[in-house]
Design a protein around this ligand. Structure first.
Ligand SMILES: CC(C)(COP(=O)(O)OP(=O)(O)OC[C@H]1O[C@@H](n2cnc3c(N)ncnc32)[C@H](O)[C@@H]1OP(=O)(O)O)[C@@H](O)C(=O)NCCC(=O)NCCS
Length: 226
């Protein structure tokens, strides 16, 4: 979790003087709720974990609908994840409430908003999903295209895998992608998941690639690891 300054009892969060954004942070509510004081406002958010460059927090329909509206309508999201039918801010609110929020309540985890620690810009989401049709939780991620190629997705996915194992006690996390999603396959390989087999989530849905932590020598030998 966040590093606390022992003297002031205030978490240390890097200040970005250029962006002039974050002035001070403090832990509320026994540690999960983090208040970030900006110039004129105080923002409270449920911080789940942090990495060197990123902060992960629970998605909030009041604050994050606009960001989600943009993210889920990006070309890569539509192509590789699918059309969630989110066209308005009201749709985005519903998406957050019926998806991530419901999952936090039901499973204790879900997809989280990922922000740059330096200036609190939201850049994507990453987290865990529990589907009725898969026995294991699967890792999910999507980032705005302008933030690709900087290692943020890898940093996020690696952190979520550790969080699943160490904080949630989940021993086995898998992943699914469309067969043509090469970028995600590469990333999944880097966090220790290998292409296992093609599966259908429901009888009438298209085949997707299942990535698992089980070693699959055949797919590696074939050079079709992702
Ligand atoms: C999958 C996705 C998240 C990958 O994003 P990404 O930014 O390419 O992934 P990474 O964070 O692993 O970044 C890797 C790249 O950053 C580069 N990089 C730069 N700085 C880096 C750093 N500090 N650490 C690691 N990599 C770094 C790497 O060299 C690599 O570049 P390369 O691909 O040219 O070799 C992105 O393509 C995406 O959002 N796709 C749409 C949604 C989607 O498909 N989701 C998955 C559904 S299952």
């Amino acid at each position: 979790m966040l590093k606390i300054n022992r003297r002031t009892n205030v978490p240390r969060i890097r200040q970005d003087k250029t962006a002039g954004c974050v002035e001070r942070g403090e832990l509320l509510n026994g540690g999960n709720l983090f208040a970030i004081h900006e110039r004129n406002t105080t923002i409270a958010r449920m911080i789940v974990l942090e990495t060197e460059r990123l902060i992960f927090s629970r998605l909030d329909p009041d604050r994050d609908s606009e960001f989600i509206l943009g993210l889920v309508n990006g070309p890569s999201f539509l192509r590789y994840i699918g059309d969630k039918g989110v066209r308005t801010l009201a749709d985005a609110r519903r998406y957050i409430t019926d998806g991530p929020l419901k999952s936090y309540e039901t499973n204790g985890y879900g997809l989280y908003k990922v922000e740059l620690k330096s200036n609190l810009t939201p850049i994507g989401m990453c987290g865990l999903i529990k589907r009725d049709t898969l026995p294991d939780a699967d890792i999910g991620f999507a980032f705005l295209e302008e933030y690709w190629g900087a290692g943020y997705a890898y940093e996020s996915a690696a952190a979520v895998m550790s969080y699943a194992r160490e904080k949630l006690g989940i021993k086995r996390v898998v992943a699914i992608t469309t067969p043509d999603n090469v970028a995600s396959g590469k990333l999944l390989n880097k966090i220790g998941l290998k292409f296992d087999r093609l599966i259908q989530l429901t009888a009438d849905s298209p085949e997707v690639k299942l990535f698992t932590p089980d070693c699959d020598e055949a797919s590696e030998k074939d050079g079709h690891g992702y």
